[in-house]
Design a protein around this ligand. Structure first.
Ligand code: GLN
Length: 379
């Protein structure tokens, strides 16, 4: 069911698993959907958010009150489709305006079968999620609307995010190559756990030929491309389930190949080193999060999308099977671990998004750091 609701007033209901209910109008496709309710504080960049594969099985609530103002263009998507399980906005733009816009966001959501809701108090919903924590949610419109108790029972029967193993559902099935822009200097094997398009692009800009491999790639697959460095991407789901990628990363660490991880990749490095991961109460999602690089003292404003985090000590160097490791970056809002680095071999990762799609470019230096590690290895 993908009827566009543009110009119509189809009622819709959002039901949280703790029984709180919000009533509004259908936005995008009419029907029903389930996921984990999370909020994003980004005021721009909604196309990048919607198409980030890390949002698979999450229903995204936008805290910015006006969404859709710049329509939908063909340049900004981070992957081939919208991945969010549902979309919640307060006040959709009725007439988008931008020189790149091709379609309205409402029509794009409808065309891709993404069920959403508009006209609800997203500020109250966000405060609820902040106080009670991220939780399961359902959005129902059209024929899917039933009595509240029946809808609540459906939401309470939907799968949880904790324990979800989702990377293989979003990653490429076949390997592909993103060529270096200009002169080729390095080859990188990138394990795709839900990679955003901007990430290989940021590497390609630095003379890296990126071999993107499926989430199920083995250490043999990684080394078959003759990599100067290995990269582990962002991705959806609970890092506690990523045993396969953790053991591939351990093989890379054992060979001391230069290694870089982003987001899910940071959690996998944490696990590979022997740290735990845990679910944050409501996560970090947006493009305005302050992070300190403890190796330089500099503070950067960064893009985030994570609901889990690494449990590593902030105040000491840890001994791991791969040498000494430390927390390199920390979120200044809540002291959550935002980066890890090894001190005895060329490996590091960040929990946030230096590819900045969308978001500020403060953290682009991390791609240069990866290049420096590969240069040092070659020297
Ligand atoms: N963007 C990501 O890679 C997210 C990682 C993980 N799924 C989390 O929610 O924390």
């Amino acid at each position: 069911m993908t009827t566009s609701t543009r110009g119509t007033r189809v009622p819709a209901v959002l039901v949280l698993e703790d029984g709180r209910i919000f009533r509004g109008r259908a936005y995008g496709a009419v029907g029903e959907t389930f996921g984990e309710a999370v909020f994003s504080t980004g005021m721009t960049g909604y196309q990048e958010t919607l198409t980030d594969p890390s949002y698979h099985r999450q229903v995204v609530v936008m805290t910015a009150p006006h969404v859709g103002n710049t329509g939908v263009n063909d340049e900004d998507p981070e992957s081939g489709k919208i991945w969010v399980a549902g979309y919640v906005v307060r006040d959709p733009a009725r007439v988008p305006s931008n020189w790149r816009s091709r379609r309205t966001l409402d029509d794009e959501l409808a065309a891709q079968g993404v069920v959403g809701i508009s006209g609800i108090d997203t500020r109250a919903l966000t405060r609820h999620l902040r106080e009670r924590g991220a939780m399961r949610v359902g959005i129902f419109s059209g024929e899917a609307i039933a009595d509240d108790a029946a809808l609540l029972a459906k939401v309470q029967g939907a799968p949880q995010m904790k324990g979800a193993n989702l990377a293989a559902e979003v990653a490429t099935e076949e390997p592909y190559v993103v060529p270096a822009i200009g002169e080729k200097r390095f080859t990188v094997a990138a394990v795709d756990l839900g990679i955003k398009g901007m990430t290989p692009h940021r590497m390609a800009e630095r003379g890296i030929e990126v071999h993107v491999l499926p989430a199920t790639a083995t250490a043999e697959d990684v080394y078959a491309v003759g990599p100067d460095g290995v990269f582990f991407s962002n991705g959806p789901g609970d890092p506690a389930t990523a045993d396969g990628p953790v053991s591939v990363m351990q093989a890379v660490l054992a060979r001391k190949t230069p290694l870089f991880g982003i987001c899910f990749g940071n959690q996998i490095l944490g696990r590979a080193l022997g740290f735990g991961t845990y679910k944050l109460k409501y996560g970090h999602r947006g493009i305005n999060q302050p992070v300190q690089d403890r190796t330089t003292g500099k503070v950067e404003v960064t893009a985030h999308n994570h609901g889990f985090a690494v449990d590593a000590p902030l105040d000491k160097v840890s001994d791991t099977p791969y040498g000494r490791a430390e927390v390199s970056h920390v979120c200044l809002n809540d002291n959550v671990v935002e980066g890890l680095q090894l001190l005895d071999q060329p490996a590091f990762s960040v929990q946030y998004h230096p590819e900045a799609a969308a978001g500020p470019h403060d953290a682009a230096y991390l791609f240069d750091r990866f290049v420096s590690l590969m240069e040092a290895e070659r020297a």
